[in-house]
Design a protein around this ligand. Structure first.
Ligand code: 1GP
Length: 244
């Protein structure tokens, strides 16, 4: 779909905020994920992210990527919990450093494990600073992160990411978080391309993130919670509020 290096340009180059849908392959069959992916793209989602907890095997991730790629015409990008949850058919990967982790495994360990495989399989790596913000949820616990709570911390971490040449910063409240990342944290982040996710459920949540400067809004739990017939309407409303 993209020549090498072009996915990053596409990812970062937009005048308007966009919506991404996250699927965790552990939470539904590849066929069900594909059915839902088709719908979310039809109502305006511009990117499919394929997540994966620390124990999701690569074959399930791969089957989900393959099934979804058959039915959508938007990029399908990995958003993995580690070097075990990869697929050569993905268009790219959020190649993340969980910068506020206290465990070297999430700072550099999993990345080193996966880098050669990704290079050899031509999966474009999108350099991404992954910052867990309060409340942080399960990913904060598993990733052994100290969630960011103050604008000063977000400024320091995002400038540090800039120094490393990372164009993408992902502010994460945690999947299913009780509340999304606070706007005060979003609006101070330094990033060419800012992703905000975790706990986004309402149009107000979407507006808060966009008004703070988000380029991408990610929702995951929502797609899993809604049955196929209600999903389109719910998501349509959220996507509409990206541009209000
Ligand atoms: C998690 O940001 C994503 O990594 C999505 O979060 O599941 O709460 O939508 P939700």
């Amino acid at each position: 779909m993209f020549a090498d290096g072009e996915l990053l340009n596409w990812f970062c180059d937009s005048d308007t905020p966009r919506h991404a849908t996250l699927f965790d392959p552990a939470n539904q069959s590849p066929e069900e994920a594909a059915l839902k992916a088709k719908i979310v793209v039809e109502v305006g989602s511009k990117l499919i992210l394929i997540g994966g907890s620390t124990d999701t095997p690569s074959d399930l991730v791969h089957a989900t990527v393959v099934a979804i790629k058959e039915v959508v015409d938007v990029p399908v990008v990995l958003f993995p919990g580690g070097a075990h949850a990869l697929s050569p058919n993905a268009d790219g990967i959020l190649f993340m450093m969980l910068m506020n982790s206290n465990n070297p495994r999430f700072l550099i360990g999993e990345q080193v494990k996966g880098a050669t495989w990704l290079y050899e399989n031509g999966v474009e790596m999108l350099p991404t600073a992954y910052l867990i913000c309060e409340p942080g949820g399960k990913v904060g616990e598993v990733g052994n992160a100290t969630p960011l709570t103050s604008p000063e911390e977000v400024i320091s971490y995002s400038l540090c990411a800039k120094g490393y040449g990372m164009k993408i910063v992902y502010l994460e409240a945690g999947s299913g978080a009780v509340h999304p990342v606070h706007t005060d944290l979003i609006k101070v982040a330094h990033a060419d391309c800012l992703i905000v996710g975790g706990g986004i459920r309402t149009k107000e949540d979407v507006r808060n993130a966009v008004d703070g400067g988000a380029d991408w809004i990610v929702t995951g739990t929502l797609v899993e919670e809604y049955e196929i017939d209600l999903l389109a309407d719910k998501l349509k409303t959220l996507i509409l509020h990206l541009h209000k």
